[in-house]
Design a protein around this ligand. Sequence first.
Ligand SMILES: Nc1nc2c(ncn2[C@@H]2O[C@H](COP(=O)(O)OP(=O)(O)OP(=O)(O)O)[C@@H](O)[C@H]2O)c(=O)[nH]1
Length: 346
Amino acid sequence: MAQLGKIPATVITGFLGAGKTTMIRNMLENANGKRIALIINEFGDLGVDRGIINGCGIEGCAEDDVVELANGCICCTVADDFLPTIQGLIDRETPPDHIVIETSGLALPKPLVKAFSWPEIRSRVTVDGVVAVLDGAALRDGLFAHDHHAVQAQREADDSLDHESPLEELFEEQLHCADMVVLNKTDLLSDAERTKVEADIRAQLKRPSVKIIATDHSRIENAILLGLGAAAEDDLDSRPSHHDDGHEHDHDDFDSFVVSLGAVTDPAVLEKRLIEVVRQFDVLRIKGFLDVPGKPMRHVVQGVGERFQRYFDRPWTDGENRRSELVVIGLHGLDRAAIETAIKAA
Ligand SMILES: Nc1nc2c(ncn2[C@@H]2O[C@H](COP(=O)(O)OP(=O)(O)OP(=O)(O)O)[C@@H](O)[C@H]2O)c(=O)[nH]1
């Protein structure tokens, strides 16, 4: 009962494009009057996730309940950015009923959970649960496995490199910190693939009590997602991390940049080009917004690996600068100039 009276906080972790923002949108749509404050952190200089959440038009989702932490990855800036933000939320005249934190796809969740054991926070907030959203299709395709080709090649060229690949390490960090695992994108898996992926995850979990829930488009009831009662800040030792020995974590393993384009007359043509870019340059994630001439709505582009999705999400507002911008994320060493040229090719 030690958690009584504390505001519960849910940490949502999961690799780039796994379905974290989709999950949060569903959650807000079904909030039923529960006042949820959202802290969003993403990798890359373009606030796409915040843009998508704020563009959702969900009733009760007030702009000032969504806070974006844009200065780097949340796990490295806990003291400077995260702590004051959470303090600001709990000091409000009407504090939120629940706080949800969407970490960047490249963040380690444990440093964040640790921050909740700091005295100023601990007495007022508890980590209700760490939820890891996993991309079932990426797991099936072996993205986080030992033999991911780019990483393997790097390691063969230089055997002083860390034992694990950056992708594999992140996957483990996120999985080992979780109180609940959401195996998402099951619509892209056959039954046999899903069974195999689930068994692989189960074999890697350190705590047998962690539940794996399979989802399609991150659809999960709020009653399951919120209210896990884990008090994760009291249970750090059971969440092993590669960085427990004080070994610094940095994001030099990954690169990201924003490509600005003029108006895009035919988004389908651009999509084809983007798929080519992903294939050619080993890009992990592309997302952003397009200005399609003659259309009153903003066009969203979402790419996870070679899988793309596009849709018009909301009207451009009066006075808003209509523009096309995409954030490109991949492993360190992306050839920015070549990628920009390829994306902009006429
Ligand atoms: N087919 C399929 N697509 C999905 C599913 N869940 C999410 N997506 C799509 O995957 C893309 C990425 O989803 P997001 O929710 O933005 O993922 P994210 O984890 O927030 O991504 P980052 O914040 O960039 O790390 C979007 O195009 C989603 O529509 C799913 O279950 N099946």
